[in-house]
Ligand binder design. Structure first.
Ligand SMILES: Nc1ncnc2c1ncn2[C@@H]1O[C@H](COP(=O)(O)OP(=O)(O)OP(=O)(O)O)[C@@H](O)[C@H]1O
Ligand SMILES: [Mg+2]
Length: 303
């Protein structure tokens, strides 16, 4: 091994996604030969990016571009057809079917709809206490309770919120609970999949600021998935742009936003930076008639 070459490479990334390819089975073809050929829809093709320790990587793109699928593959909720995902230098795509506990702790997720992911029959305090209990060094009952209160405090909730059910909280407060629960196991990466998209604009700002603060204080890595380019820009060190399952551009946030290289990135930026709704509608119509291939046109058939 060449020590100099290694030294030049800098620290290894926390997450490395290498030529990821994911497709979904969309039923078997009727007729044709051979019979019962698998029909698949390509959701992600040849996507590669890295996330360093303590870095926020924003993943943007229109609906259906493969953002959530990329997140799901990292979480091992879907099995990639090809490509590799390495976490902290360990290959995770080749691990057996059951996701190892260390990985389930290390990579947490916060989804768009917190109410759907929080147990409606449990008090907020209990939800976070249970998550603390998942730690490898889980403390006893009193310790779990204390730690849960600390976590709720860390995400800006008061002791009284611990005694409520999730549905008794506002959307922003529910999302704070989801974040506290994610933090309970000392994760190293949190995947936020449209985590603020369902919130009103001022609450969005508060949650985005909270995530930014936590990321800096705890040295967390974030994969921040959103269709909202303004929010992504605010939070991300680097950004990747997905279009129809392909990463058409990635780089430092300032570069992608100020000097986009790919025409698709430019048109995405145009569509959000134009404040005039009439002009926006005209652009949208113009784009629609411009014969852009839809993902459905890219469906492939495999044996
Ligand atoms: N379970 C599934 N079965 C079949 N196709 C799927 C499935 N989930 C997603 N897809 C398809 O894969 C493609 C990528 O979907 P994905 O959910 O990753 O997009 P996205 O970028 O997260 O979109 P959105 O912004 O709407 O959340 C889409 O064409 C979608 O229809
Ligand atoms: Mg999605």
């Amino acid at each position: 091994m060449n020590g100099v070459a290694l030294a030049n490479q800098g620290p290894a990334p926390l997450l490395r996604v290498d030529r990821l390819h994911v497709d979904y089975e969309v039923g078997r073809a009727i007729g044709g030969w051979p019979p019962g050929r698998r029909r698949t829809r390509v959701a992600v093709r040849d996507v590669s990016f890295e996330i360093a320790s303590g870095e926020t990587f924003g993943l943007v793109g229109e609906s259906g571009s493969g953002k959530s699928t990329t997140g799901r593959a990292i979480l091992r909720l879907v099995t990639p057809a090809a490509g590799a995902i390495a976490f902290d230098g360990r290959e995770i795509t080749t691990l057996g079917k059951n996701t190892p506990m260390w990985y389930r702790r290390a990579v947490q997720v916060v989804f768009q709809d917190p109410l759907a992911s929080l147990n409606p029959r449990h008090l907020v305090g209990n939800i976070v206490e249970q998550a603390v209990g998942q730690r490898s060094d889980a403390p006893g009952r009193a310790g779990r309770r204390r730690r849960a209160r600390e976590l709720l405090d860390q995400v800006g909730l008061a002791g009284r919120h611990a005694e409520r059910f999730p549905y008794e909280l506002s959307g922003g407060q529910q999302q704070r609970v989801a974040i506290a629960r994610a933090l309970a196991v000392d994760p190293r990466l949190i995947i936020c999949d449209e985590a603020v998209s369902a919130l009103d604009v001022s609450t969005q700002g508060q949650i985005v600021n909270l995530l930014g603060d936590l990321q800096r204080e705890l040295g967390l890595s974030l994969l921040f998935i959103s269709h909202d380019l303004a929010v992504v820009r605010h939070l991300s060190h680097r950004v990747g742009v997905l279009r129809l399952g392909e990463l058409v551009e990635s780089g430092p946030a300032d570069q992608v936003y100020n000097e986009p290289r790919h025409p698709y990135t430019r048109s995405l930026l145009d569509s959000v930076l134009v404040p005039d709704p009439v002009a926006q509608r005209e652009r949208r119509l113009a784009r629609r008639t411009r014969a852009v291939p839809r993902l459905d046109d890219l469906e492939e058939e495999h044996d």
